[in-house]
Write a protein that binds this ligand. Sequence first.
Ligand SMILES: [Zn+2]
Ligand SMILES: [Zn+2]
Length: 381
Amino acid sequence: MNYSFNNINWPNFLFIASTTLAALIGVPWYIMTYGWGDSVIWSMAFFYYIATGLSITLGYHRLFSHKSFSAKWPVKLGTLMFGAAAFENSAMSWAADHRRHHKHCDHDDDPYNALEGFFHSHVGWIIFKNSDPDYSYVRDLQKDKLVAWQERNYVLIGALVGFAVPAFIGWSWNGMAGALGGFFIAGVGRLVMVHHFTFLINSLCHTLGSQPYSNKSTARDSAITALLTFGEGYHNFHHTFQHDYRNGVKFYHFDPTKWMILLLSKIGLTGNLRRVPDEKIQQSRAKHQQEKLDEKMSARSIQLPVSVQDQLNAAKDKLEEAYRHWEELEAEYAKAMNRKIKESKDKIHELQVEFAVAQERFREAFDEWKRSHQLALTQFA
Ligand SMILES: [Zn+2]
Ligand SMILES: [Zn+2]
């Protein structure tokens, strides 16, 4: 990336610079002048922070870019309007860049290639000239009427929803002081925070954390970045299984975006939540851990004791076999369900039972593999 003066993307640079300056000056000035007392302003700022942040993670990211669930129009409209107020481009351009990021992760064609450094993936790619969004990635979204409407009116929607509305609400509540609070706290200050916390998904989520599923890309899992990014911190999982509506796959993983999608599904506003089966996730995890162990052993030229190695090999084979069996039955079961009218009830039931047994067998094999893997790891202590 060329970081020279001549290569500055002026509209983006001026927008980022002016909002940052306005927040750095306006927020302390407002607090010093009017104090912390106006709970309406602070509640509105909090609401705006959550609404615009979630519109990026739930709307722009998991819905429009990855189609990891389907949504009724109120969810689409809401995330498109508050997403515009996060000023991170239109949903269509955002998705075009993001799909390219997944396809060419860590390579020249990745618009926010993390291998070009933290600054580049965080904000450098925005404020310096970069390739334009490639719309061939978003032909499906071009056909979506709401997305296309937002694409045409993105700046106006952003300015109205992001700045004018909070200033107006503040003004109706408390005159000039309220208008200034609405503008500086819920408008500009909130915007700069949402910018940097969501930018962390491209920078910190590719720098900090572990790689339990794959090291094919720089994407990493971290509970800390999850806390900062509305749950997007489980980025290694996300890059491995990008169509899963969850990023934090365990129920206790901090992922408010996932919880919101689930909550909206309970009231019928979202549906078809895509989940990668546990068996697939565990198998991919086991495979990657095994590769890491092999690399570690050859790097240190260590050999495991014969008994440990034998146990590990047997567990690996058993797991592989259990997975293959599960995979076959899963496909067969899905096929039968798709044409269930033709299948007799008995046949479906039979498959169900067989499938449950295969699941159980996989779970057992996985536990056994985990134990022998642990045992192998202790040899390095
Ligand atoms: Zn990424
Ligand atoms: Zn993604």
